[in-house]
Design a protein around this ligand. Structure first.
Ligand code: SF4
Length: 356
């Protein structure tokens, strides 16, 4: 598998693709004072307006120049579904007619946004709807940023803020590494949305070289690994990426991350009825993870009509958790949110693709 970290190039760049430093450089090139970049940044991330025209403290000629140099609207809302539990799922249209999903989850500790990093996905996990049409393209960092800005704009009238971000929507963020890192830098910027690093989680299917690279970034951002099996053979059946980056290589990269950062790692484990959810799988997983600073998040798999997987019975889910905990591995069961609105990643987009 070749690395897929090609930037997506657009003719007129998106304003949200730019860091504060890049905006300062742009202002210099235009013979504008650099403090204008700070004002622009403030309009984008603090006041969160929807056009350059509204940036009233920027001179009109500069606003015109911005309008002709950048695209402002990067996402258009195609539809939104609101769950009884408060979860909101957006289907956004991109300028090239692709569609992506973004989810806002309401917790008693704050609002979390789940963002998408690619249109589709080529990783091919057998339990996932996002991968059904393959990978269409990478998102730019600005297209990822715009999802959070849109979510925040939805929350603004309630005087609430996005307090955490999970990069767990469609796509493999570590195959769009540079855009994902640029997005993260914008999210944690103190003059921007200023989201605490510890409130952000990046989830990967185990792209080993990027895991090492991410470790060396030395951030406080959380790392989650989609492990989904306790051994090489079963993982290869569920996740074809495992044939490229083998189970043990992924575990070694996790150990390196923990040793270098001192941070706990999360393992995501989708429980699939009769496939990877038996007591012996729990026991084997516990042995693999022995001694690691980690946490296992058990996810009862959502029913994806295109796949034949069945759901793990409730009692078996608890039994799996009990076996892990008995062996000293911290494990939780993910609370289901938005079950009534097709919450599994890619389901909404898949439906949209069928209709268009
Ligand atoms: S689970 Fe994630 S990595 Fe796997 S196919 Fe779906 S979107 Fe891609």
């Amino acid at each position: 598998m070749k690395a897929f970290d090609q930037p997506y190039v657009v003719e007129t760049p998106f304003i949200y693709d730019y860091s504060l430093e890049q905006l300062q450089d742009w202002m210099k090139e235009q013979d504008e004072p650099t403090f204008r970049a700070g004002q622009l940044f403030d309009w984008l991330y603090v006041k969160r307006v929807s056009s350059f025209e509204e940036m009233s403290n920027l001179p009109k000629p500069l606003r015109d120049k911005l309008t002709s140099s950048f695209q402002f609207i990067t996402l258009s809302e195609i539809t939104r579904f609101e769950s009884k539990d408060g979860t909101v799922k957006f289907l956004f249209g991109l300028h090239d007619n692709h569609a992506i999903e973004t989810v806002i989850m309401r917790h008693n500790y704050g609002n979390s946004v789940c963002v998408t990093t690619q249109v589709g996905c080529r990783i091919g996990c057998t339990f996932c709807a996002s991968t059904l049409g393959g990978l269409k393209r990478n998102l730019t960092s600005g297209e990822i940023v715009a999802q959070v800005v849109k979510a925040q704009q939805m929350l603004d009238p309630e005087d609430q803020r996005v307090s955490s971000i999970v990069i767990m929507g469609s796509g493999e963020p570590f195959e769009n590494y540079e855009a994902t890192m640029a997005f993260l830098r914008l999210m944690i910027h103190p003059k921007g949305l200023n989201i605490g690093q510890r409130h952000i989680t990046v989830s990967t299917s185990g792209i080993v070289p990027s895991m090492y690279k991410f470790t060396d970034e030395n951030t406080q951002i959380n790392l989650a690994i989609s492990i989904h099996a306790p051994n090489d053979e079963l993982r290869s059946k569920l996740m074809p990426v495992n044939r490229r980056y083998r189970f043990q290589e992924v575990i070694d990269a996790c150990r390196n991350y923990i040793a270098k950062t001192g941070r706990r790692i999360t393992f995501e484990y989708a429980l699939i009825g009769g496939t990877n959810d038996r007591p012996e799988h729990a026991q084997e997983l516990a042995e693999v993870l022995q001694g690691m600073l980690c946490h296992v998040n058990l996810i009862p798999v959502n029913h994806v009509p295109e796949r034949k997987y069945v759901r793990t019975p409730r009692e078996d889910i608890f039994e799996f958790q009990r076996i892990l905990e008995k062996n000293g591995i911290n494990a939780t069961i993910r609370r289901e949110q938005g079950h009534d609105i097709a919450a599994a990643c890619g389901q909404l987009r898949a439906k949209h693709m069928e209709l268009t």
